[in-house]
Structure formats: C-alpha cells, structure tokens
Design a binder for this molecule. Structure first.
Ligand code: E4P
Length: 217
C-alpha cells in the first residue's frame, strides 16, 4: 500500500521522504490555507522534494474553469495530479484532463456510485473520505471495501486513495480491505511506529543495561 502525506508542511514531508515513507502528497484548499503560502509556490516546493504524485486541487466550479486551472497546476511539475471535486462538472474536467495524459484525483467521494462514475470518467485516483463518513456515524471503511469490490469486478484501474484517514486503525483497515493508497497527516504516519509495549520493553532493557555497567562503544 502506498503512503501519500496529507499536508503542505514542507519540513514534515522532507523528514518522512528521507525515510522512504512518501509515495506522494495530497493537498486541498484548507491545507493550503494552513500552510500560509501561495498554492503555486508551495506546490512547486513539494514537487522539488517528492517524485511521486502530488495532488493540487482546483477551486473553480465549472468544467471549463477547472480544466484551465488544472492545466496551469499541471505546468508546475510532471508529477502533479490535478484534484477535482466529484461533481458533474468535476467529472467533465476529469475526462478532458485525463485524456490529455494528466493524472487526475477525483476528491470528495462519499458513495460507491460516485467512485464508479469517476472511474468511467478516467480518474487516476478516487478519494473516498473515510474520517468524514465516520464523523456522521456512517462506515467509511465499508465504502472502501465496496469500491474495491466494484473496481475488481470490472477491472477498473483507478486507484483507491483512502482520504480523511485520521487514525492508525484506519490505516490497518485500509490495508486489510485493499486500498491502493492512503493519505494521512504526518502525525498519523509517525504514530504507526508506536506501541506502548515497545516503550515499556525498551524502558526495562535500559534499566537492566545500566545495571550491567557495560558500554558498547
Ligand atoms: C485529502 O485528499 C483530503 O482532502 C483529506 O484527507 C481530508 O481529510 P480531513 O477530512 O481530515 O480534512
């Protein structure tokens, strides 16, 4: 399963990238706001660090304007993925941009039918939002499993990019049901390495080692 990092925090991306943890990056207008930077500048900066797909989201609402924005964003670097919303206009933009050979990430997906229609429109990635479905007491993981089944039934090669992944349990569940990619904030990726028994075990080893009076170096 690929790890995309859901942030425009360049330092955090660079740290995880040095560890080989970054297969791509996703951003959205809220993430750009949080960065405090210009979308073109910060996206260019991210693309100078990461060689995998970097999603940059359009903000227009009509297909023609989305296509124009998508073309401009795609000029930033060859690994830009144009992110469009799952609206009828977004699907039109997806069809045109993907026909031009650009990677397209269709975002704000909350149903299996939306994922099906995005695949038919040529989406490279579909982004179902797990956490936001859980927020309203629906089952985000069931949606990922349903999309997996539908795409496999018909051989769609659109990649399932599980988004709004907010917990380490989401990551495990996405891996179990076969999401192609998860995108999560740096803190969630870092938390994957943690276990209380690791901390407890290490503490005991350090105490016992101190009692030996030995040094390795
Ligand atoms: C990524 O593509 C999404 O925009 C992001 O994962 C949304 O996450 P959130 O629901 O935690 O804001």
């Amino acid at each position: 399963m690929k790890f995309f990092i859901d942030t425009a925090d360049v330092e955090a991306i660079a740290e995880l990238n040095d560890l080989g943890m970054v297969d791509g990056v996703t951003t959205n207008p809220s993430i750009i706001l949080k960065s405090g930077k210009n979308i073109l500048d910060v996206t260019r900066e991210i693309c100078s660090i990461v060689s995998g797909p970097v999603s940059a989201e359009v903000v227009a609402t009509t297909a023609d304007d989305m296509i124009a924005e998508g073309r401009k964003l795609a000029q930033i670097a060859s690994n830009i993925t144009v992110k469009v919303p799952l609206t009828w206009d977004g699907l039109k933009a997806c069809k045109v941009l993907s026909s031009e050979g650009k990677m397209v990430n269709v975002t704000l997906c909350f149903s299996a039918n939306q994922a099906l229609i995005a695949a038919k429109a040529g989406a490279t990635f579909i982004s179902p939002f797990v956490g936001r479905l859980d927020d309203i007491n629906m089952d985000g993981m069931e949606l990922i499993a349903d999309i997996r089944q539908i795409y496999d039934n018909y051989g769609y090669d659109t990649q399932i990019l599980a988004a709004s992944v907010r917990t380490v349990n989401h990551v495990t569940q996405c891996a179990l049901v076969g999401a192609d990619v998860i995108t999560a904030p740096p803190a969630v990726i870092k938390a994957l390495a943690s276990h209380p028994l690791t901390d407890k075990g290490l503490e005991q080893f350090m105490k016992d080692w101190a009692k030996t009076g030995q040094n390795i170096l």
